[in-house]
Write a protein that binds this ligand. Structure first.
Ligand code: GCU
Length: 692
């Protein structure tokens, strides 16, 4: 019979076993990674009581997710504490242990067994701490003190988005042998794959692996490149003689490489880097390799693998209604599905480095990426301009280094973004931007640098390789039809500069409508869906004619939380998304782009949510990949009309009857019949209803 104590001990062992979330993800032979995402204890740091109620949470977690939905401008930017335990097993006696945090927003102090272990400043990049010499066998406590309080030396200082506090990305415990590929280089994989020279004929690739070794006897490094069928394409072994060896570089030459060609063929090789001891694998890192070359021409735009490649897509925030930035892989997958459904070729990951998983998705799905650090100015808002501050500059330098090193091997990334909407009042930020640009080029000479400005043509135009402007003609300023003339003017004034539209968009609620287009007030409550659609139709029409615009990025994929906003349907939301904050509704503009960008068969009646009508004379507008479509109103065939070059099929001057009008449109694409229908209710002919 077991004693009560034995039972307690078994229970204790059981609890310890689950607290380390026992199942290791065997990344590879020699290295194990244990997710540390469940069973964290959470409390706010201002709570000094002895017996406080701690909340059980899983990470990714943020303490702001629910509160920001209430529309509070002053959401909780404070400090909190997360606690957990790890069980250090006897068999790890001669192993090395590391804690890897993918993102803690914004500042983190890590304590092991109540002793300070290290800290990290900046919420959107990963970091790794070695705990080998600090742990004891058995249970060890981990405490993470987190603050998302506003700090003048931590970017972002501004921004039309919420800075969600918490361990908002996954955590893991990595266990390696005594000698390993270093996990300690700015949170990177420790491996840097440089595409030195790539063409359709051949590819020169250099793999630099950072090592953390203690005993060199019998050590060597083997790097193998596999194709998608797991066939070895090339393999090299280098001996390691010297214990001071910090890095091994190996060069490869591939004949007739299969290139990574964006959406149409995102071909990935796999690079496996193994540290061997006496020919046995003692550590291994596996990285993607997508071989491609690209350039941007100021007159002709972006070229991928020697061919013109039209870059268009969306800006993306990592933020979902009710979850804040504490997202699961399924949330990222859903965003990627939306981006693919749109038919986008590119994404701007605004305004900070994003989740690891999302970069993988971009590689695998062939979406070209602009990725940036959260060096965000006040844009159209008041707020301080750039104030020179040594600590802030250190923070920006570190974050840029982390962004680049952590994401170096993602073929999808072609552009590093240095800042968004800085101003020229206060201190002049340009010398520092030049310095950051030089840092990006030193870290990664193979990619192009860019920035997103909301100032005039010439400001900031000589700082980075390329340039982008955030433009809102027809929303904040002017009218849509000005955007083409603006682009021509910039191109004329800066003929050597490759220019992009880094943001363009208009707010919209799928629950607000207008029958006659009239510019709404951006700061008002009435953000009708139809205005957003018209905005995008006209912008895309202008961009289509101008291949010199190397990238076109809609602002934004989905509505997102922004505590500073008091407009549209609800406070604290930026509603310029093509889909709603919960990803539940695709707005009309989404279907406009889908018809233009995604060749799959589709037909969609626009303005179908505008059900309650007051004007008898109206139009029916359809977005479709079909060449033509037929319209019936209340069962009466009206006509067949052709699609224009924006994939719009429109019937004008249609007369609705009082009461319900059934609208049905059908079109063909090969053998496929595409149908859409809706009902509109004409309440009282020609008496405009109050729409606000
Ligand atoms: C800016 C800015 C975005 C912002 C957008 C807007 O240009 O870069 O972060 O959300 O405009 O006003 O909607």
């Amino acid at each position: 019979m077991q004693s009560k104590n034995t039972n307690l001990i078994s229970l204790f062992i059981f609890i310890m076993a689950i607290s380390i979330k026992a199942v290791a993800t065997p990344i590879n032979p020699g290295r194990q990674s244990f997710p540390l995402n469940s069973k964290w204890q959470f409390y706010f740091a201002y709570n000094f009581e002895q017996n406080i109620q701690k909340e059980n949470v899983d990470v990714p977690h943020t303490w702001n997710a629910a509160e920001v939905l209430k529309g509070v401008a002053d959401y909780n930017r404070t400090a909190a504490v997360y606690e957990n335990t790890i069980d250090v097993k006897p068999e790890w006696k001669n192993k090395r242990l590391f804690l890897y945090f993918e993102g803690v927003n914004s500042v983190a102090n890590i304590l092991l067994n109540h002793k300070f272990l290290g800290d990290h400043i900046g919420g959107y990049t990963g970091f790794c701490l070695e705990i080998t010499d600090d742990v004891k066998p058995g249970e060890n406590s981990i405490t993470v003190q987190v603050s998302n309080a506003y700090r003048l030396d931590v970017i972002p200082l501004h921004g039309d988005f919420n800075v969600y506090g918490g361990i908002h990305r996954p955590v893991s415990l990595i266990v390696t042998g005594n000698d390993c590929i270093s996990p300690l280089d700015y949170g990177s994989s420790g491996v840097y794959i440089t595409q030195k020279k790539v063409s359709h004929q051949s590819a020169e690739v250099e793999v630099a692996s950072k090592l953390s070794i203690k005993n060199t006897v019998g050590l060597s490094l083997k790097t193998t490149i596999y194709d998608q069928k797991n066939k070895i394409i090339s393999s090299k072994v280098s001996g390691i003689e010297n214990a001071d060896t910090k890095e091994i570089k190996q060069s490869f030459e591939l004949d007739k490489p299969h290139l990574w060609q964006g959406r149409s063929d995102p071909y990935l090789y796999t690079v496996e880097i193994s540290l061997l001891k006496d020919k046995k694998v003692i550590d291994q890192v596996v990285q993607p390799l997508g071989l491609r070359y690209f350039n941007v021409d100021p007159d002709k735009g972006f070229f991928l693998n020697g061919k013109y490649f039209d870059l268009y897509g969306v800006g993306r925030h990592e933020d979902v209604s009710g979850k804040g930035s504490a997202l699961q892989n399924s949330d990222h997958d859903r965003d990627m599905e939306l981006i693919k459904e749109l038919g986008a070729t590119a994404v701007r990951l605004t305004h900070y480095p994003q989740n690891r998983h999302f970069y993988d998705l971009c590689d695998q799905n062939g979406i070209v990426v602009w990725s940036e650090i959260p060096f965000v100015g006040p844009g159209g808002y008041s707020g301080t301009g750039y104030v020179k501050n040594g600590n802030l500059e250190d923070n920006a330098r570190t974050m840029l280094t982390e962004l680049i090193r952590q994401n170096y091997n993602h073929p999808a990334i072609c552009f590093w973004g240095i800042f968004n909407e800085l101003k020229l009042d206060y201190d002049d930020p340009q010398p520092f931007i030049r310095e950051l640009n030089a840092l990006a080029k030193k870290e990664d000479p193979g990619r192009l640098t860019t920035l997103a400005s909301n100032l005039g043509t010439r400001e900031f135009s000589d700082l980075t390789d390329l340039m982008g402007w955030n433009q809102y003609f027809g929303w904040y300023d002017g009218y849509f039809d000005e955007v083409g003339a603006w682009a021509d003017k910039v191109h004329g004034e800066l003929p050597q500069k490759s220019i992009a539209v880094s943001e363009y968009g208009a707010g919209a609620s799928p629950f607000k409508h207008m029958e006659v287009l009239e510019k709404p007030s951006p700061k008002g409550r009435f953000h009708p869906e139809e205005w957003q659609t018209a905005f995008h139709e006209q912008h895309w029409a202008a961009f289509k004619k101008r291949p010199f615009i190397w990238g076109k990025f809609i602002w934004v994929l989905a509505d997102f939380g922004s505590s500073i906003r008091t407009e549209g349907d609800k406070n604290a939301i930026n509603d310029k998304g093509l889909v709603t904050y919960d990803r539940g509704i695709k707005k009309d503009a989404f279907y406009f782009y889908k018809a233009n960008w995604n060749p799959e068969p589709m037909l969609y009646i626009a303005e179908k949510r505008n059900i309650e009508r007051s004007r008898s004379l109206t139009h029916v507008k359809v977005f479709s990949t079909a060449n033509s479509a037929k319209l019936w109103v209340n069962g009466v065939f009206i006509s067949e009309e052709k699609a224009n070059d924006l994939h719009i099929i429109q019937w004008d001057n249609l007369k609705l009857s009082d009461g319900i009008n059934h609208i049905e449109v059908s079109g063909g694409r090969g053998k496929l019949k595409l149908i859409d229908q809706c009902d509109w209710n004409l309440r009282s002919a020609d008496k405009p209803k109050p729409i606000r």
